[in-house]
Write a protein that binds this ligand. Structure first.
Ligand code: ZN
Length: 132
């Protein structure tokens, strides 16, 4: 298992972590298997989507703001229910196949750590399972 930390800089941050995850996969020397990317947080999550055009991430963030507004009739006393709900919908892990010692991501795909209640320091856990 490998871990690394990400310092987010804004209240809502989409941080492209593809290179860090890819480096861990290559260093593992696993040729074929599965890569699990997990964040142990309740207001941050892991998303795989387009990394080439930043407007896509902008539009995802914009739509989540509209669907789950920051202020609403929430009960959670900490005041960050929207961050919990947005993270719950996206999910705090992803599984990516490994083939030929590399992540089997699509051409336009990137892995993002998404922080909905930043800025904070977030932890990313990467677990690699070898197998055909
Ligand atoms: Zn909370």
């Amino acid at each position: 298992m490998a871990t690394f930390k990400v310092k987010t800089t804004k209240h809502t941050s989409f941080v492209n972590i593809t290179n860090q995850v890819r480096e861990i996969v290559r260093n593992s020397r696993v040729n074929s298997g599965l890569c699990i990317v997990y964040v142990p947080h309740t207001t941050a999550c892991v998303l795989i989507n387009e990394g080439a055009d930043p407007d896509v991430i902008r539009d995802i963030a914009y739509s989540l703001e509209k669907l789950i507004p920051w202020k609403d009739n929430y009960a959670h006393s900490e005041g960050n229910s929207a961050a919990h709900i947005r993270s719950a919908i996206i999910g705090n892990s992803r599984i990516i196949p490994i083939e030929n010692g590399d992540l089997l991501l699509g051409t336009w795909e990137s892995i993002f750590l998404v922080d909905f209640d930043g800025p904070r320091e977030r932890k990313v856990i990467v677990k690699i399972i070898e197998g055909k």
